[in-house]
Write a protein that binds this ligand. Structure first.
Ligand code: COA
Length: 242
């Protein structure tokens, strides 16, 4: 898993399907073993979220997909990832209380057996409802923000939407979440409505944002060009569609 090329920044040719830049991220579908790390990332990306997502259920949900952005482990990250799992239960008074509550409610994800095969830095969850792809959650680790991972995950959501024959993508976003809104606007999402006082922690409104029809020629051309620019800028690769 870890080899010298990671340190030297050379090209990793171990991936038989394609050559990718070392340090670049790629996407794959989440597996059950990833659930506890997704909980850690959710806690970091959405500190106000309650109740926490039951990722083991979500990952196996029908008509849904969770994609993760990952790269190979570098040596110090293996113990760090292990620490992440323990941090779930022990890092603060709040975590101890919420961990106790989760165990009481049987929501504790830290009991998932095993260990992810690569270093997960973010995830996107998509539910397919009739012919619409609903992005239920997208978040990245603080340490990798602003290096194209959110965009990579959004691109993989588009791929999944296409794969499932969806006509458009839709989501809700906090009215104050300028970073996420800017990401969505870059990909042509438009505000189509408001859910008043949608978020229970602070009664904040949610803006409903939706894409134009994604199979229209104009949109497909725009998406293609955004995906190409993203790959050239960052070298990250979404999972190829079979
Ligand atoms: C929103 C989020 C997923 C973006 O991820 P990211 O990896 O940092 O974003 P990227 O580096 O891929 O940036 C892609 C685009 O998003 C927008 N963006 C991201 N962060 C931004 C910021 N802090 N301010 C303004 N625009 C921002 C920009 O349009 C950017 O394009 P650019 O690089 O050409 O300017 C990330 O900030 C996050 O996890 N936030 C917490 C969870 C959350 O709010 N999720 C959305 C719920 S609806």
């Amino acid at each position: 898993m870890f080899n010298e090329s990671h340190l030297l920044g050379t090209i990793d040719r171990t991936d038989s399907s394609r050559t990718r830049r070392v340090g670049a991220f790629h996407t794959r579908p989440a597996e059950e073993v990833d659930a506890s790390i997704l909980s850690v990332i959710e806690r970091e990306a959405f500190p106000a979220q309650w109740p926490p997502t039951r990722f083991t259920n979500e990952i196996s949900r029908r008509r849904a997909v969770y994609m993760v952005a990952t790269r190979d482990y570098m040596e110090p990250e293996i113990p760090e990832a292990l620490r992440d799992q323990r941090r779930l239960a022990h890092s603060s008074m709040w975590n101890r209380v919420s961990s106790g509550l989760r165990q009481f409610l049987l929501l504790d994800e830290s009991k998932s057996a095993g260990f992810p095969k690569d270093y997960i830095v973010g995830f996107v969850g998509v539910w397919f409802i009739v012919d619409e792809a609903h992005i239920v959650s997208i978040g990245v680790r603080e340490s990798v923000k602003r290096v194209g991972v959110g965009e990579l995950l959004l691109l993989s959501a588009f791929q999944q939407a296409r794969k499932h024959g969806c006509k458009e993508l839709t989501l809700e976003v906090r009215a104050s979440n300028n970073a996420a809104q800017s990401l969505y606007r870059k990909y042509g999402f438009q505000s189509v409505g408001l859910r008043k006082k949608y978020y229970i922690d602070n009664a904040e409104d949610a803006i409903i944002m939706t894409t134009p029809p994604i199979s229209s020629v104009e949109y497909a051309v725009m998406l293609d060009s955004l995906a190409r620019n993203h790959a050239e800028r960052w070298g990250h690769l979404p999972e190829p569609i079979a």
